[in-house]
Design a protein around this ligand. Structure first.
Ligand code: GDG
Length: 493
């Protein structure tokens, strides 16, 4: 039962991270500063309307900091869950990011299966569930986010059967044959089946989950509907029957696809002067290429650099007239594979600049840090060609952000077929990142279309812009929440 004291909420979002950053001032005082991302922007109206609460870890293992719940200026209750340094190492870096992340991204690196990490994952999921159970009003709607919290729906269903529970996975869901490697596969599937609705970016991920839950005995009962009848909400307007699974407790669990998108209004509005300032700083080359990624082995940064290097080597690209800006945001830096990836990327950047740069004129501008939002927006707007070459990516918001910053049809997008975004952004220059020739061909085609087929290039970019303009993150959030309302018993009205 919910507690009788303290603030409770009709709508609760649960994510690994709270949307805040910890800031310690020079005088030693401390405050939490909101860090609004697309998800917060999309959910803020619903959170504000329903006196909503966001439950999550505030991003620090410093246990001297106050972890009391607090309200943002817009009235959203932020409810911190603490993680110790050991939780961070085992639950976050271990099970979430060295077991599940590589397994769900098709084994680009080998997942590590370690029992102590699994135990930490269970304990942290339990702790999150207990916090949600405290803050959720009777019959509240709870929306659980992502792979770090897959056991939470099942635990919460037992603690609070009155709740309406939705789950959304932000990363791909792998083929059943890969997932079945996981020693704790039944527990994860059962955890997810605690939800009323399980949402994925793409129908193919949803189908993988349906196939898996059919194969794992004891995890799920019978199925209704055909996976190939899945509707993509927020994309198709027609509602076909969806696939549902009958959970072991007899509830029907709906499985559907909701492709996430971006908040166009919060992207920033660089001026013509901002854009020319960036082009000037880069030496006013004919072509600016741009990569923006967390430094993650799934993103294909090294392959993109290799393709760029070979195009310079074969004189397809002119090093005096082309630059590549690679922004690589630091990520999961204590995990070995991330350290290896960084070393390889930085070695390639050094080599390419050593081979093709001149004094004061590098061909690759590499930043290993996070840029302020306004500067990132100006980079998107200044870039001619965006390079997104992920080996596997749930969606990839960077591709959509680039398209959103080119409403006039300027620029071109090179996009991996293995990024979820490729389904909607089919007017991009698609490539297979596992095949260097394919990446080179897509980059060449993008350069060629800008210089020799401007009308075709303009038509492509305008189609990309239209897609993201008409399918934003609000459509995603509203589609999920109204589907959840239609397919469950309890929850807010
Ligand atoms: C996961 C899934 C799925 C990047 N550098 C800077 C910066 N960013 C922002 C981008 C973009 C976000 O980070 C990255 O989002 P992605 O979608 O590209 O990738 P993941 O972080 O892997 O996200 C992914 C997503 O969840 C949502 O469901 O699309 O597939 O892996 O918004 O703009 N922002 C700032 N400075 C930077 O230097 N300010």
């Amino acid at each position: 039962m919910p507690p009788q004291d303290g603030a409770t909420a009709d709508f609760v979002v649960v994510a690994n991270r709270l949307p805040v950053d910890s800031v310690t001032h020079p005088d030693g005082s401390h405050e939490w500063v909101p860090s609004p991302g697309g998800l917060v922007a999309a959910l803020s109206p619903v959170l504000a309307q329903h006196h909503g609460c966001w439950v999550g870890w505030p991003g620090t293992t410093d246990d001297s900091l106050s972890l009391e719940p607090f309200r943002t200026d817009s009235g959203i209750l932020l409810h911190p869950v603490s993680l110790s340094a050991a939780d961070y190492a085992e639950f976050y870096e271990g099970f979430s990011n060295a077991t599940l992340w590589p397994l769900y991204h098709d084994l680009i690196v080998q997942p590590i299966y370690q029992r102590s990490w699994w135990s930490a994952y269970r304990q942290v999921n339990l702790r999150f569930a207990e916090e949600v159970a405290k803050v959720a009003s009777p019959h509240a709607t709870v929306w659980v986010q992502d792979y770090q919290l897959q056991l939470l729906p099942g635990i919460l269903r037992q603690l609070r059967p009155d709740l309406r529970i939705g789950f959304f996975l932000h990363i791909p869901f792998p083929a059943a044959d890969l997932f079945r490697q996981l020693p704790w596969r039944e527990e994860i599937v059962r955890g997810l089946l605690g939800a009323d609705v399980i949402g994925f970016h793409l129908p193919s991920y949803a189908n993988n989950f349906l196939t898996l839950s059919r194969q794992i005995s004891g995890a799920a009962g019978s199925h209704t509907g055909q996976p190939d009848e899945l509707t993509v909400y927020g994309k198709a307007q027609i509602r076909k029957p969806d696939a549902a699974i009958v959970a072991p407790d007899g509830r029907r669990v709906q499985v559907a696809a909701f492709p996430i998108s971006i908040d166009l209004s919060s992207l920033g509005h660089p001026t013509a002067e901002d854009i020319s300032a960036i082009r000037r700083k880069l030496g006013n080359p004919d072509t600016i290429m741009l990569g923006v990624d967390r430094l993650d082995y799934t993103k294909g940064i090294l392959q993109r650099l290799q393709a760029f290097e070979q195009l310079l080597e074969h004189e397809t690209l002119d090093p005096d007239q082309t630059v590549l800006v690679q922004i690589a945001t630091p990520s999961r830096e204590r995990i070995k594979q991330y350290q290896q990836e960084r070393a390889r990327v930085e070695e390639a950047v050094g080599r390419i600049n050593g081979r093709f740069g001149k004094l004061g004129q590098p061909v690759v501008h590499y930043l290993h840090r996070s840029l302020p939002k306004a500067e990132l927006a100006a980079c998107y707007a200044a870039a001619d060609i965006m390079l997104v070459t992920a080996f596997k990516d749930g969606m990839n918001l960077v591709a959509k952000e680039f398209a959103a910053m080119h409403p006039d049809g300027s620029g071109a997008l090179v996009l991996s077929e293995f990024a979820g975004a490729a389904e909607e952004l089919s007017h991009a220059h698609l490539c297979n990142p596992h095949d260097l020739e394919s990446v080179k061909r897509a980059i060449f085609n993008a350069v060629y279309s800008l210089s020799h087929q401007p009308e075709d290039a303009g038509r492509r970019m305008q189609a990309l812009y239209q897609q993201v303009h008409t399918h934003d993150v609000n459509l995603w959030a509203n589609s999920f929440l109204s589907f959840l309302t239609d397919h469950s018993q309890g929850g807010m009205s």
